[in-house]
Structure formats: C-alpha cells, structure tokens
Design a protein around this ligand. Structure first.
Ligand SMILES: *[C@@H]1O[C@H](CO)[C@@H](O)[C@H](O)[C@H]1NC(C)=O
Ligand SMILES: *[C@@H]1O[C@H](CO)[C@@H](O)[C@H](O)[C@H]1NC(C)=O
Ligand SMILES: *[C@@H]1O[C@H](CO)[C@@H](O)[C@H](O)[C@H]1NC(C)=O
Length: 252
C-alpha cells in the first residue's frame, strides 16, 4: 500500500515536472509565416495564436512563440537575406532566459522551384547543426500540402521528394520530425476539395491559408508536436478540432 502510494507520488511528480518553461521559434516559408495579405498565410498563427487573425493559440497562455518564417523563402534565400540571423537571435534570447527552446524548420515550397531536393537537404543539415550549437532543439517539419486535387479526389502532389528529403535529414541528424505533409494530405483527401478549398487564403490560392485554415493546420502541427514529445510541452488540447482532424471531418 505504502509502496503503491509512493509510486503514484513519484509518478505524479515526474509528470508535473516534465513540462519545463518552453519557447517555440518557427522557421520556414509562407506556409508557416503569419501574414494576412495575399500570397501569405501559413499554420503559424494557428499554432502560436494571433490577436490580429483572431486565432486562439494551441499553446498555454504566455508561451513565447516567435514566427520568423518568411514568404517566398528557400533554405538558401532565408539565410542569404538575413532571416536566419533573426531566427538565431530569437533562439539566443529565449535560451538566455533559461527556457527550453524548440525550433520548427519547414521548407520545400520554394526550394522545389530552384534546385533538386539534396540542395535543400544540405541546407537543412546546416540549420540543424547551428540550432544545436546554440543549445536549442531542431524539429524538422515536412511541407504542408497544397490543396490541388486530381479528378479522382487524390492530391496532385509535387512536394513528395522534398518531404522525403526532410525525413531523410531528420533520420541522419537524429532530430524530431513532424510529418505534416503526410498528415495534411490524409486530412484534405478525407474532407474533399470543397471543404479543403474553404481553408484557402483566396478561393484560387491552394497554397496559403485563411483564418480557418491556419486554425486547422496550426492544431494539426500542435497535435503532431504533442505526439512527438508526449507530455513534455505546454500544448493545450482542443478535443473537438483534434477529433475532426483525426477522423477526416471538415471543421469549417
Ligand atoms: C507576425 O509575427 C511578427 C513577429 O512575431 C509580429 O510582429 C506580427 O505582429 C505578426 N503578425 C501577425 C499578422 O500576427
Ligand atoms: C542552399 O544554400 C546554398 C548556399 O549555401 C545555395 O546556393 C542553394 O541555392 C540553397 N538551396 C536551396 C534549395 O535554397
Ligand atoms: C471560417 O468559418 C466560419 C464558421 O464556419 C465562417 O463563418 C467564416 O466565414 C470562415 N472564414 C473564412 C475566411 O472563410
């Protein structure tokens, strides 16, 4: 009896102390970025929360969540144009406060327009090493799918090789991986084109997200993150939306 209550006490303490003060930094292209103008709008607002778009956050109130993703960026241009320095600075600031700092990195949408997947892969590897060098934790994320459908209702996917490359680098470097590409394809194929297109930033823009789109895919990322770090992160639950995503039911 005593041994059992002692065990429960120890288990409860372990569960309680598992969530350490944590910050999130987001790195990527427009499909992560938090813009509200045409040709922008990714899942960041739905993950971090935004007063501007009216999104509730997927994170416990007060959790720093700094979206440094940039519209139009490739892994190469993100570094060359100085945005990576802004991300590194944000990591340094959060680490200096003694916070566990997780850095999501998602590219592919623009990299695919300029180079083979291996070029993005080499750049992702360098980013992972620099994040770790600072003492933060990289989390690689595969590209959010575009919502372009074939006549048979499947997704007309062009991002697969870039998603596969991201998975490969995650394996080589031993990082956490969120397979958003696979999860988002599974969901939009389940809800079908009409419901999927209701999440578009503009009706004929199958890439960027409106406020409902960022709510759905921000939650999808939060759920993938929670599954990858069970019980460790300050993620709040949204049972209704998570169940709709899990079961392929349109949320909007
Ligand atoms: C986007 O993020 C930046 C940096 O965190 C912030 O200054 C800006 O207000 C955000 N914009 C929106 C639309 O949430
Ligand atoms: C990767 O970075 C290099 C510079 O280090 C750049 O030349 C190349 O274009 C980048 N690749 C992509 C896909 O952005
Ligand atoms: C988001 O969903 C709500 C509820 O269905 C709807 O009223 C609203 O018009 C949608 N917003 C956009 C931008 O489609």
């Amino acid at each position: 009896m005593l041994a059992k209550s002692l065990f429960i006490l120890v288990a409860a303490k372990a569960a309680f102390s598992a969530v350490v003060p944590t910050s999130f930094i987001l790195v990527g292209d427009s499909t992560t970025a938090n813009g509200t103008t045409p040709n922008s709008g990714g899942w960041g607002n739905g993950f971090c929360g935004s007063e501007i778009t009216g999104n509730i956050a997927s994170l416990v109130a007060g959790t720093p969540c700094i979206n440094t993703a940039k519209n139009g960026a490739t892994t190469g241009s993100f570094v060359a144009d100085g945005f990576w320095d802004i991300s590194l600075e944000a990591m340094w600031m959060e680490l200096a406060k003694g916070r566990r700092t997780l850095v999501t990195i998602q590219f592919g949408h623009n990299d695919m327009k300029i180079a083979p997947p291996e070029s993005m892969g080499a750049n992702l590897t360098e980013m992972v090493k620099q994040v770790r060098g600072l003492g933060a934790e990289p989390v690689l994320v595969t590209s959010l799918t575009r919502r372009s459908f074939n006549a048979d209702g499947t997704i007309a996917d062009t991002l697969g090789p870039w998603a596969d490359q991201t998975i490969l680098i995650a394996q080589q470097q031993g990082t956490h991986l969120l397979d958003l590409h696979a999860a988002s394809i599974q969901y939009v194929e389940a809800i079908g084109p009409d419901a999927a297109h209701r999440l578009n930033r503009l009706p004929d823009d199958d890439t960027h997200l409106n406020v409902n789109g960022t709510t759905v895919f921000g939650r999808m990322v939060a759920d993938l993150m929670d599954a990858s770090f069970p019980g460790e992160l300050p993620i709040i639950s949204n049972p209704k939306l998570s169940s709709e995503i899990e079961n392929g039911i349109p949320a909007f």
